[in-house]
Every structure is written in C-alpha cells, then in structure tokens.
Write a protein that binds this ligand. Structure first.
Ligand SMILES: [Zn+2]
Length: 345
C-alpha cells in the first residue's frame, strides 16, 4: 500500500496490518509536522479501501474511483464565504469528505455536518472517510461535537484527524483515536520521490531545501529560489571583499524596492542559509554536507577569504536583523545596518 508516497514506512506498515486484519479503526489521528504527507496518506487510505481494483491494499490509482477521491475543492482565501465552511467539503467521490478551518477555527457546524454524514450509509463503496484537516483548529464547541461522534462511531465511517500539534487536542479526543505518528521524510526519499516530476538536479536541490517536508519540496519555485540565491551570493561575495560596501549598499537599495517587499524575508532567509553553509565549509564540512551543495565552490572561495570570527559575526548580524524585523523596524534601516556590519565598515 502507498507505494506512491514517500517516507513513513512505519505508518504504511501499520495501516497495511490494520487493513489486512480488517480492523481499520473508526477514528485515526495522523500526527506529525506540516508537509510530511498526512493528507496524502489519508486520501491514499481512502483510495486503498474504496478502489474496486485494489490489490494487496494498494489502490490502482487509475480507475474513476481513485481519480475522483483526491479531488476536494477548498475555497481559496479570495472567495472565503463563511457559510461554505459550515459543512464538510465533499470530494468528487461522495463517500470522502474533509472538514477545513474557516480563518482560525473549524466551525462547529462543519463538525455537526460531518457527524450527520458519518451516520449515512456509504453511497458508492462500503465505507465512508472523513478527514479533519488541522484538527487542532477546532474550537471548543467543534471539539465537543466531534467527541460525541467519536463516542458512538458509526460502523461504516472512518474519521481521520490530521494535526501537527496533537497536544492542542482535547485529551478525550486523543484517547478515542488510534494515533499514527509521522516523521520528517529523509532527504534521499524526497529526492527519489521528486525524480518522477523534476530533473535530477532540481530534485536534489529541492530535497535539500525541504527540511523533511514533501509539501515544501513540491511547492518550491526553484527558478525564483535560484534567482534570489544568486543575489544573496553576490551579497556574501561583496562582503568578503575589501571595498565591497558600495556594492552592498546598492544591493540593499534593490532589496528595499517596494516591489520586492515580499521577497525581503525570503532573501534574508536564503542569506542566513548561505552564511551557515559557508561557516560549515570553513569548519571543514564536505560540499555534500551543506544545503547549497550546487554552489559549494563559490561558498568555499568565500570561506577561504574570510576568518571564522568574521563569518560568525555575520551569523550574529542576521539574527539581530531578524529580531529587529520582528518588532517591525524599518526594513531599509535594518538591511543597511546588516550590510555595513557585514562589510566590516
Ligand atoms: Zn482504483
């Protein structure tokens, strides 16, 4: 089962055993960091259970049932109408649905709707599946309504709660669910997974930037990332060279262009990562051990040109910048200061 999903083989094994014994619990809790694939696993579980052509608990992935199950439309931020969120969003398969938060909270009406739906007999298959996305966002009323459903679980329905913060759920809810813990996915597994859709080089880079999250790896725009990294590499190169300050202040200017407002945070994050890689190389890490392995040669030249103390001072300056930005200090002042300090002026 789940041969298409990356990582978390323990979870796959547990689900396979439950299905083999025909003991899939009525209430499951998928707990683990964001982006590790909890939602994909839940949908794949529904597919494996409902696909008429499933073999050894593996959905065929091509039949109309498999095709329809993952199609669940959640309104985007622009057209968020609260009333839409007072019910479970049905997938294109009528036996699969998902409760989703409206702004900060999953509404009690959505959970009541889920309860009503869970008590209906399946329309097409033999089971119904209801996913509660970000279940820790249930407010008290919603949590209590769900608790009622979990106390008397309908025989033909399975409810799967997804959360990155299990501690934020009512203990009484947790105790009624069988918990499966998801771990960050290993870099190699993510790289392997991405090779189906990415070039070898892109798969390798995205896996390195993923921090164990399939979701993050898949949603990265590598073209944008490479452009931003190029600019930040230029910052480091200028800082490392004598007389680079003028260059840096020009870069600070560009960074503060109002049109680039959204990029500021991303760029400083990339700069921080490059500095950290440079420090690791200075401490004799091998190129393969740094995140930005593909520009390790450039970083190595910087590492050779400056002292360890200097790189450490860059680390401190970036941290200071982040602290200042957190209290909303003017970005231009903060960035100018960062670059002046980095240039050692
Ligand atoms: Zn199928």
């Amino acid at each position: 089962m789940f041969s298409r999903l990356a990582g978390n083989s323990d979870v796959k094994d547990a689900l396979r055993r439950m299905m083999a014994a025909d003991r899939l619990p009525g209430a499951l809790l998928f707990s683990g960091p964001d982006g590790v694939g909890k939602r994909q696993f839940a949908l794949e579980l529904a597919k494996a259970s409902l696909c008429p052509k499933a073999k050894d608990f593996e959905a065929c992935d091509v039949c109309p049932v498999c095709q329809r199950i993952p199609r669940i439309e959640i309104p985007t931020d622009d057209d968020k109408n609260k009333d839409n969120f007072k019910r479970v969003f049905s997938s294109e398969h009528p036996d699969v649905g998902m409760a989703h938060r409206y702004k900060r909270f999953i509404l009690v009406d959505a959970i009541r709707h889920l309860e009503a739906e869970a008590n209906f007999r399946p329309y097409e298959g033999e089971k119904r599946f209801f996913i509660v996305d970000e279940a820790d966002h249930m407010n008290d009323a919603a949590a209590n309504a769900l608790l009622k459903t979990l106390e008397e679980p309908p025989a033909t329905s399975h409810i799967i709660l997804l959360t990155a913060m299990p501690g934020a759920l009512l203990p009484t809810i947790r105790s009624r669910c069988q918990t499966l813990r998801f771990a960050p996915v290993a870099r190699e597994e993510i790289e392997q997974y991405l090779k189906a859709s990415h070039s070898h080089e892109d798969a390798r880079l995205a896996a390195r930037l993923s921090r164990g999250s399939i979701g993050r790896a898949v949603s990265l725009d590598l073209e944008v990332f490479r452009r931003q990294r190029e600019a930040m590499l230029h910052v480091l190169q200028s800082a490392a060279l004598r007389g680079g300050l003028a260059n840096l202040l020009r870069l600070a200017e560009a960074l503060n262009d109002p049109k680039q407002k959204d990029e500021f945070e991303a760029q400083t994050e990339i700069l921080q990562m490059l500095i950290s890689d440079t420090l690791h190389l200075k401490m004799r890490a091998r190129a393969a051990e740094v995140v930005n392995e593909d520009v390790a040669d450039d970083l190595m030249r910087i590492a050779e040109a400056v002292s360890t103390a200097r790189i450490e001072s860059w680390v401190n300056e970036i941290e200071l910048l982040n602290e200042r930005l957190a209290v909303n200090i003017n970005r231009k002042i903060a960035a100018d200061r960062l670059f002046v300090q980095m240039a050692g002026a």
